[in-house]
Design a protein around this ligand. Structure first.
Ligand code: DGL
Length: 270
């Protein structure tokens, strides 16, 4: 079916998932929306996160998407089951896939989770991990400084290193950790710095590969894969500044993206 897949995030973080979707599903057309104007979602109340996510979803529904990927852990934590209940198209989030990938990776069941305040507060990763494999040793840590840094395009260098060191200080006591879930789609953009701080013996998990795999399976099972010959161009939307978005996408994809527009999606200003 030659309809697009909708992908949402609070900002540019979800592009790490887009990157993997493009790799695993090269025949699919993606429509990405980053709510850069209202980013970060992490420190917001559950009600705000729900409302903002619905604003994004309502916008993408006008584009006739055949499936929705919530490429944002914070939005997944607070809206996944509601969206799955209410929408008539398949919806996937990034938390279950991230939890699955971590379980595949850990050898000693000591798994750390870093994410936004909202994601950590929701306990969604611990719940997902415990459901899949009870009695693991888990510790979660919110890293509120990471998302604003990534949105500003600071992905390496002295400032990034010292910020990551400071934020991850509290993980030092969890010395047995062999796997660390990057429970925010912005964090893979800081992967090199995070790896340098936690050391090479810790495996970093980002949900993008597993999420793209799940998306592919769902499309196949529901007979929604693009069966046409034509491969359409992807479309990108931001609620914020186009220039800033473009310069970040250049860093992520190593090339510029075409088809970027600024849109307004707010129904009521909070
Ligand atoms: N990239 C998002 C996540 O995965 C949200 C970051 C934020 O807006 O705080 O949680």
């Amino acid at each position: 079916m030659n309809k697009p897949i909708g992908v949402i995030d609070s900002g540019v973080g979800g592009l790490t998932v887009v990157h993997e979707l493009m790799r695993q599903l090269p025949r699919e057309k993606l429509i990405y929306l980053g709510d850069t104007l209202r980013c970060p979602y992490g420190p917001r109340t559950p009600e705000e996160i729900r409302k903002f996510t619905w604003d994004m979803v309502d916008f993408l529904l006008t584009k006739d998407i055949k499936m929705l990927v919530i490429a944002c852990n914070t939005a997944t934590a607070y809206t996944l089951s509601e969206l799955q209940d209410k929408l008539s198209i398949p919806v996937v989030g990034v938390i279950q896939p991230g939890a699955r990938a971590a379980i595949k990776s850990t050898l000693n069941d000591y798994v750390g989770i870093i994410g936004t305040e909202g994601t950590v507060r929701s306990n969604a990763y611990c719940d997902a991990l415990n459901m899949l494999k009870p009695n693991m040793h888990l510790t979660s840590l919110a890293c509120p400084a990471f998302v604003p840094m990534v949105e500003q395009g600071i992905l390496s260098g002295e400032f990034a290193l010292s910020t990551v060191k400071k934020e991850l200080q509290a993980l030092k006591d969890f010395a047995e950790m062999d796997t660390l879930i990057l429970g925010c789609t912005h964090y893979p953009l800081l992967k090199d710095v995070i790896q340098e701080v936690v050391g090479p013996e810790v495996t970093l998990i980002s949900s993008s590969e597993e999420t793209a795999r799940e998306t592919s399976t769902i499309l196949e099972v529901n007979q929604l894969l693009n069966d046409g010959l034509e491969i359409s161009r992807h479309q990108f939307y931001t609620t914020g500044d186009e220039k800033q978005f473009t310069s970040l996408t250049r860093k992520i994809f190593n090339s510029s993206i075409e088809n970027l527009k600024t849109v307004s999606i707010e129904r009521v200003v909070i």
